[in-house]
Design a protein. Structure first.
Length: 441
């Protein structure tokens, strides 16, 4: 079986060790000859890089491994780039969440003003990564799961339309994992139908391989419990704020009981509830910094201090197993069925062709083939049109340096109550993002 060369862009991310451990756990399915970490923050990456070097010498001594801040070294001779960057790190995520809350508006890293601010920061770095990949390894595929995925995907569509970039999010994967737990199955047992935008969608069918439909059974469960399960099925979404999010799914379902909702819809359907249940002084960013951030870097420093990973191993990022499935589909033409973020082009029959939608796709060596989801109801279509227009306006504002279009994007967001509040938030976000955003006029 062919062995592959991989660069993980965002090597200093708290998710990187889990992804590396997941890759090691899947070497029989996806052999690796070279693994590289790349980050523009040498100091942060070095801690994880050194700890993973010790780990890999013990677990995969024949694998070539480097961590670097040199783009040429990172991107030369690679087959896949796994991209999960966070421009501005958690310091800026905290501001993304706290600035809107100061104005009584949802503070969240991918939805509403916070997501828009994060998107404006991410576009430049994402485009630079694509250009580096194409310069040094033109046949490489980028598997991008950087947030905010919807805005990043739209920017890729507009600015690099012919690049070998596949955009995917782990949220549908994680929720289907919970659905499988509810009915006593595994995710691999299930084929789903789903339509929407990233962090903004609905499941219309959950079938097993024999064609048995489980949506009514899961819907009955979600009506009572949301997506909370008796046995936790991943470690990524177990923090208190996420438990509350999974529980809130039962209220999302009530808005349209025909379909199973994506949990992120709570920010659009119940923004007042979210704000009232938020602590402006301690947001999800603080929860992550006090939780996963400290845990991962503490483990890394223990491994370095001891010179061995024995007794201080990183956790396997089981939630990220979809990355291996996606890479294998490209490498071995497996036609894996996965929910991806793609240009619509008729996949949703009554929606704009140039919209970046999230639908089930078949993935092979030539890329992504979206599966037709038919026409969607008026309620969902109207919501999606409003939100996809927000995302398009953000990208236009970035490209044109347009204050007006970014104000319009914030005004149009369902999380923001008025143009007045949108402008106040925008002015605060501009002040906070001077280092990262283009100048707006």
């Amino acid at each position: 079986m062919k062995e592959f060369s991989i660069v993980i862009a965002g090597g200093g991310s708290t998710y990187t060790p889990g992804i590396v451990m997941m890759l090691l756990d899947n070497l029989d399915r996806f052999p690796i000859r070279t693994l590289k970490l790349y980050d523009n923050d040498a100091e942060r990456q070095a801690v994880l890089g050194e700890a993973l070097e010790i780990t890999l010498k013990e677990k995969a001594p024949d694998m070539e491994y480097i961590y670097t801040t040199d783009p040429e070294e990172a991107f030369t001779d690679v087959d896949f780039c796994f991209a999960h960057i966070r421009t501005g790190k958690y310091k800026m995520r905290e501001l993304d969440e706290k600035i809107p809350l100061k104005h009584g508006v949802v503070g969240q890293e991918t939805c509403g003003p916070g997501g828009i601010a994060y998107g404006m920061r991410s576009i430049k770095d994402m485009i630079e990564l694509i250009d580096l990949m194409e310069q040094y390894s033109p046949h490489c595929w980028m598997l991008n799961y950087s947030n905010p995925a919807a805005i990043v995907a739209e920017a890729c569509r507009v600015l690099r339309p012919n690049s070998r970039v596949l955009n995917i999010c782990d949220m549908p994967v994680g929720t289907v994992r919970r659905m499988s737990q509810i009915i006593g199955k595994t995710p691999k047992d299930l084929d789903v139908r789903y339509f929407g935008l990233n962090h903004f969608g609905w499941w219309t069918s959950i079938k097993d391989k024999e064609g048995n439909e489980y949506l009514p059974q899961i819907r009955d469960y979600v009506k009572e419990h949301g997506y909370l399960t008796q046995v936790e099925v991943d470690t990524q979404h177990m923090d208190p704020s996420w438990q509350e999010t999974h529980k809130k799914a039962k209220d999302l379902l009530a808005v349209d009981p025909r379909f199973l909702p994506n949990t992120y819809l709570k920010y659009y359907f119940y923004p007042d509830y979210v704000v009232n249940h938020s602590n402006p002084a301690y947001t999800r960013a603080n929860e992550v910094m006090d939780g996963r951030e400290k845990e991962v870097f503490s483990t890394a420093r223990e491994i370095i201090a001891k010179g061995t990973s024995s007794g201080s191993e990183f956790s396997i990022g089981s939630h990220a197993s979809f990355i291996v499935d996606l890479a294998r589909a490209i490498a071995f033409n497996t036609y894996e069925r996965m929910v991806m973020i793609v240009e619509n082009n008729g996949a949703i029959a009554n929606f704009d062709n140039d919209a970046m939608v999230e639908v089930p796709c078949l993935i092979g060596s030539d890329g992504v083939e979206p599966l037709n989801q038919g026409e969607i109801p008026e309620f969902e279509r109207a919501l999606m049109y409003q939100q996809v227009t927000v995302e398009k306006l953000v990208v236009q504002a970035y490209i044109e340096g347009s204050y007006q279009k970014l104000w319009q994007a914030l005004t149009l967001s369902k999380t923001v109550p008025s143009a007045k509040v949108a402008k106040e938030i925008l002015d605060d976000l501009i002040e906070a993002n001077q280092e990262f955003w283009p100048e707006l006029k």
